[in-house]
Design a protein around this ligand. Structure first.
Ligand SMILES: [Zn+2]
Ligand SMILES: [Zn+2]
Length: 353
């Protein structure tokens, strides 16, 4: 089969690799329908290895570079291994990419995403979604109802991550939210907040296309932090108080600082952005304002909730899909397009052939 394989920094090749074997016990084989390109893939492409095991095999899975990338996928189950009971041949599924040891206290308490030996499909696993087939554990599969098309199904993974983040940070009815950075994750986060009952949802985003996307997906106001002073704009919109909750989705020092300054006293900040470097934060303000900062890792535990929101059409996925490409074009029309024309794109889906 054809697959997009990470060999090294700036070295992702579409090449022929062997098909996955008949699934071993506890695993199933999925024929990939769509697989979204994620910021993580771009980080591995541009600056990796970050999570790709390049030197030593991954301690849990034994996977080692070169690895097939791709972890945001939907598809159809075409074969099941021994002992698989919940998933059947022909099922439509979305996949959770998190692979835990299933033995540590975190895995046992339902927090597989923070397992010390955690591995990920499409990063530190033998198979990845930028290919025709993947073998995965049964527990990674979530049923996708007919109402959710495969294209939207490829958004389950990133959307579930935002559903979980919103659940962790909590929403009281009519609370005011701000989302800093409305790329794909930010736009999904604002939808998750809207569905959970948030009142005013303010998007803070400099790129025009992404501002429009935010409005289309439920933002009640947009602030351009380059043209305007975001802190005073927020004060105007919130009667001088600041917002109840900020979801930080940009991962920059300045946006982290901004998040701290626009949240009201006793407010909460949820960090979803991936910071490439440790960043400075105004901790004194945190103390004086009795503010809370927290993080959230992946969507483990809320996949079915996220899928239900899609099935009931509460989640609007189509505006997020700004490109559909073939596997052969993944570098030029996928990675490079996302890097060079970042503002024009949200999600690009790869359709393997
Ligand atoms: Zn991702
Ligand atoms: Zn574990």
């Amino acid at each position: 089969m054809k697959a997009a394989v990470w060999h090294g920094r700036k070295d992702v090749r579409v090449e022929d690799v062997p098909d996955p074997p008949i699934p071993p016990p506890g695993q199933v084989k999925v024929e990939v329908a769509c697989c979204g390109i994620c910021g993580t893939d771009l980080h591995e492409y541009l600056g990796g290895p970050i999570y790709v095991p390049a030197q030593d095999p991954h301690p849990l899975t034994g996977a080692k570079a070169p690895v097939i990338l791709g972890h945001e996928l939907s598809g159809k189950v075409v074969d099941v291994g021994d002992g698989v009971s919940r998933i059947n041949k022909g099922d439509r599924v979305a996949l959770c990419p998190i692979i835990g040891c299933l033995e540590c206290k975190w895995c046992k308490s339902g927090l597989m995403g923070i397992c010390p030996n955690v591995a990920f499909l499409g990063v530190s696993w033998h198979w990845g979604g930028f290919a025709k087939y993947v073998n995965v554990y049964e527990y990674m599969c979530y049923h996708l109802p007919e109402e959710v098309p495969y294209e939207v199904g490829a958004l389950v993974e990133p959307f579930a991550a935002t559903v979980r983040a919103v659940k962790r940070v909590g929403v009281k009815p009519e609370e005011t939210f701000a989302v800093v950075g409305t790329g794909p994750v930010g736009v999904m986060a604002l939808q998750a907040a809207r569905i959970a009952g948030a009142g005013q949802i303010i998007a803070i985003e400099p790129a025009e296309k992404r501002q429009q996307l935010a409005i289309q997906c439920g933002a009640t106001a947009v602030i351009d932090p380059v043209k305007n002073d975001a802190v005073s704009e927020i004060n105007t919109l919130t009667g001088g108080e600041g917002v109840d909750v900020v979801i930080e989705c940009a991962g920059l020092e300045k946006t982290g600082l901004l998040a701290g300054h626009i949240v009201k006293r006793t407010g909460r900040i949820m960090v979803m952005g991936v910071f490439e470097e440790p960043a400075v934060f105004d901790f004194t303000d945190l103390v004086y304002g009795e503010k809370t900062v927290m993080g959230s890792m992946g969507g483990y535990g809320v996949f079915d909730d996220a899928i239900q929101m899609m099935a009931k059409k509460k989640f609007n996925g189509q505006p997020l899909i700004t490109g559909k490409i073939k596997l052969d074009d993944i570098v030029s029309k996928g990675f490079d397009a996302l890097i060079r024309f970042k503002e024009k794109h949200a999600k690009i889906l790869v359709i393997p052939d």
